[in-house]
Design a protein. Structure first.
Lengths: 129, 129
DNA sequence: GCCATTAGTGTCAGGAATGATACCATGCCG
DNA sequence: CGGCATGGTATCATTCCTGACACTAATGGC
């Protein structure tokens, strides 16, 4: 998602909606959080298994941003080979209802939206035909 | 937000979380939906007033994408000057709890995340100093 | 000595998202 | 006749996001 949006919180009503979205609107952040709700402690490599299409660089990026926003904590064990654990912070845990709402809606309606889009595409295809 | 992400729904668990986010992860979509929950019918110009920093092109884009996904309906009155009304579809209305969850969280915690980020920045500033 | 392991980092390149700006139609009002 | 109102388009430039790929460190095992 997005991209850096406005950073101040003193804009029009509904602004906090955007502010919230900025925190986990990144391409993989919502999934990262989702997996951390399922499994409270995850290592870097475990994320890579769960998110099959993410590159190392992207995964690092997203995790660091989540950490910078105080949603995820990163614990490094100074051993070789490296061992790093990620878990939710207390603040991160408060996001659970939000992520849950996203999932609930998606499970119910995502297919509707897909179908909707296909229908419109078919219609315009017929018009142009 | 985002950007086009994966389009299939048959990926790992939690995928519908992402799918949902794709629908309103665009830079202004969540705000557009939010305003439509507050005011059931809005015209193009009214959006421009409510979203002060959006350009015409972006607004058109976002509205068209929401329409393509079946979340928003667009009604054109063939008069001069043009008159166009936007409102939520039935599918769009089902998103209310999701947007509401985003807002509720944002109202409570957005400031925490901001503070968190500032704290870390200050810390690293001290370290490098 | 050589390789595997884990969690990264660095660099480069391509493409997508967004912004800025200018332009359009058309009917009414003065 | 000229300008205004509304809801857009078209074009170009830029900036940002993302992916591909190569590379690193330190230790244990063969």
């Amino acid at each position: 998602m997005p991209r850096t949006r406005h950073t101040t919180l003193n804009c029009s009503p509904g602004c906090t909606v955007e502010a919230t979205l900025e925190l986990f609107g990144g391409k993989w952040k919502a999934l990262i959080l989702y997996h951390l709700f399922e499994e409270p402690v995850l290592r870097f490599g475990e994320f890579r298994h769960r998110l099959p299409n993410v590159t190392q660089r992207m995964l690092t990026n997203q995790l660091r941003e989540l950490e910078a926003d105080g949603l995820v904590s990163r614990t490094v064990f100074p051993v070789v080979p490296p061992h790093v654990e990620y878990r939710l912070t207390d603040l991160g845990k408060t996001l659970k209802p939000v992520i849950q709402a996203l999932k609930t809606w998606g499970d119910q309606y995502a297919h509707s939206a897909e179908r909707e889009k296909r229908l419109k595409q078919d219609q315009s295809a017929q018009i142009t035909a």
